[in-house]
Ligand binder design. Structure first.
Ligand SMILES: [Zn+2]
Length: 259
C-alpha cells in the first residue's frame, strides 16, 4: 500500500472520520448521524467561512449528535457518527451529487469549495465519505442474521426559503414507508405534531445513507429530523431522545415483523 490519501487530509492528532458508539449494542435499532460534527480538517483551514457560518446549520445538524448519543444509551443501540462537517463533504449525498461538496449552502458561498480539483475531491471522499460508509456497511454485514431497524438522526432549521416549519419533529422516507407508518402514529399519540415526509423526504438522487444502508439492504428505516430550536441544549435534546425512544419501544415488536 502506498501513501494513503487519508494521511494527506487528516493529521495524526485529528479525530477520525467516523466514530462508533456502543458497537455491541443489543437493540434491533441501528443509529446513524451523518451530520454530527462541524469540524473541518486543519488542512482545509476554515473553508473561508466565519466562525458564525461554521457554527450554523449549513455546517452540521446542531443537536443531532446529542440526541443520537442519548438514544444509543436508552435503546442499547449501535451508533455511527460522521466526524467532520458536511461542508467538507456531505456523507448523506451520493458521490455524483452536485451538493456532495457544496459551493453554496443555505445561500452562503463556501470559498474553500469554489475550485476543488478532481484530485482534492477524491482525497475528501477517501478520507471522510468512504470510511464512514464502509464502517456502517461492515457493521451491517456482521449482523446480517439479526434484524436491523435503521434510524438516521438529523436536525433541521426552523425556517428556510419555504417559510416557518411547524413540525417539532419529522419522519422522512423514500419508497419504503414501513417503519414510518408505525413510528409516526406512535409519536403523534400524545398530540405531538409530526412531519410526514415534511419538510424533507428521502430520494436516491439526494440522499445516500438511507438508500444504501436501508433500501438496498431491505432494512426497514426512517430518517428522523428534529427541529433545531427544540434541541439547542443537551437537556432539550435528551427530552426529544426520550420521547423518540419511548415511541420506538412501543412499535419495535411490530416493526420486527416487517423484516
Ligand atoms: Zn442532516
Amino acid at each position: 500500500m502506498g501513501q494513503s490519501t487519508t494521511d494527506s487530509l487528516l493529521q495524526p492528532d485529528e479525530p477520525p472520520a467516523v466514530e462508533v458508539v456502543n458497537p455491541e449494542g443489543k437493540s434491533a435499532a441501528f443509529l446513524l448521524c451523518d451530520h454530527a460534527s462541524n469540524r473541518i480538517p486543519k488542512a482545509l483551514g476554515t473553508l473561508g467561512l466565519s466562525d458564525a457560518e461554521r457554527a450554523d446549520h449549513i455546517a452540521w445538524d446542531p443537536g443531532a449528535a446529542n440526541m443520537a448519543r442519548r438514544l444509543s444509551r436508552l435503546l442499547d443501540a449501535p451508533l455511527v457518527l460522521s466526524g467532520y462537517s458536511r461542508l467538507v463533504i456531505d456523507c448523506n449525498r451520493p458521490l455524483d451529487s452536485t451538493q456532495l461538496i457544496a459551493t453554496v449552502s443555505g445561500g452562503v458561498t463556501v470559498p474553500g469549495n469554489a475550485s476543488v480539483s478532481p484530485e482534492d475531491r477524491a482525497v475528501r471522499i477517501d478520507a471522510l465519505h468512504r470510511p464512514y460508509h464502509d464502517t456502517i456497511a461492515d457493521m451491517l454485514d456482521a449482523r446480517r442474521k439479526r434484524p436491523t431497524l435503521l434510524l438516521s438522526i438529523h436536525s433541521f432549521t426552523p425556517e428556510l426559503d419555504d417559510g416557518p416549519r411547524p413540525w417539532p419533529i419529522a419522519i422522512a422516507y423514500g419508497d419504503d414507508d414501513r417503519l414510518a407508518r408505525l413510528l409516526i402514529p406512535a409519536l403523534r399519540a400524545d398530540g405531538t405534531v409530526v412531519g410526514d415526509n415534511q419538510p424533507y423526504s428521502v430520494a436516491a438522487w439526494s440522499d445516500y445513507s438511507i438508500p444504501v444502508h436501508g433500501e438496498r439492504r431491505g432494512n426497514p428505516h426512517v430518517l428522523v429530523e428534529t427541529r433545531q430550536d427544540g434541541i439547542r441544549t443537551p437537556e432539550a435534546a435528551a427530552a426529544w431522545a426520550d420521547k423518540l425512544a419511548d415511541a420506538y419501544r412501543r412499535i419495535e415488536a411490530e416493526a420486527l415483523g416487517l423484516s
